[in-house]
Design a protein around this ligand. Sequence first.
Ligand SMILES: N[C@@H](CCC(=O)N[C@@H](CS)C(=O)NCC(=O)O)C(=O)O
Length: 228
Amino acid sequence: MIFLYQFATSPLCEKVRRILNYKQLEFEIHEVPRAKVADYADVSPTGKFPAIRDGEKAVWDSTDIAHHLEAVAPERPLIPSDPRDAAMVHVIEDWADESLYFYEITMRVAWEHNAPRVAEEFAATMPGATAEAVLPLVTKAAQELTSAQGLGRKPQDQVVRDVERHIAALEGLLGDGDWLVGDSITLADIAVAVEVNALEYAQEGAERLQASPAIAAWRKRVAEVAPD
Ligand SMILES: N[C@@H](CCC(=O)N[C@@H](CS)C(=O)NCC(=O)O)C(=O)O
C-alpha cells in the first residue's frame, strides 16, 4: 500500500493522485495538518507536500514521486522511452511545476478578489476552521511566497498578459494532437492539466480558458484517462 501525504488544495498533490490513478495503484490519503508539518519530517524533510511512503521508502517532491512510480509500476508508462520525447516531457513538466504553479498561486490565492473562491476548500482541510478565519491567513501566506518568488510583485495586468502567453503556448503545443507529447498521455499532460485546473479558480484564468475549446477538450481527455 502506498500512503500519500498531501495538502488537498495543492495542484502538485492532485498531480500525484492522478498519476497513481492512471497507474491503477492503490493508495491511502493522509491530509497533513498545516500546523503540524514538522511532525512529518521523516516523509518530507523539506516540509513540502506531496510526499509518499511506499513500503520502507519515503519520496518527496512530485517529480521524484512520478519517477519512483514509473520505476515500480512501469506497465502504464507516463514517461516515453524515446529520449527526445522523454526530454520534452521533462521540460514541459518543469514549466508546469516551476512556472505555471506560481501563476496559479498568485492569481488563485494571493489576489484578494479571487481568494474567497478557494477559502471553503482550504477550510475543509483544517478541522474546526471557518472559511472567514482561513481566508486572510492563506492569502497572506501566498502573498509572501509569490512576493519572494517575484511574480507577486508584478502588476496584475502584466501577470494576466503572461498567462495569456502561457495559454497560447499550451494551444500551440497541442496543435491538432490529443496529447502534449507523442500519441498517448504522459506526465507532461498531467503536470500541466493540474495547474490549468487551479488557474481556472481565478476569474481571469477562467475567462481566458473558456475561449479555448482545444484546451477544454484536452482537459476532458486527461480527466478521463487520469482521474482525480
Ligand atoms: N517541487 C515540489 C513543490 C511542492 C510544494 O511547493 N508544495 C506546496 C503545496 S502546493 C507546499 O508544500 N507548500 C508548503 C511550504 O512551502 O511550506 C513538488 O513538486 O512536489
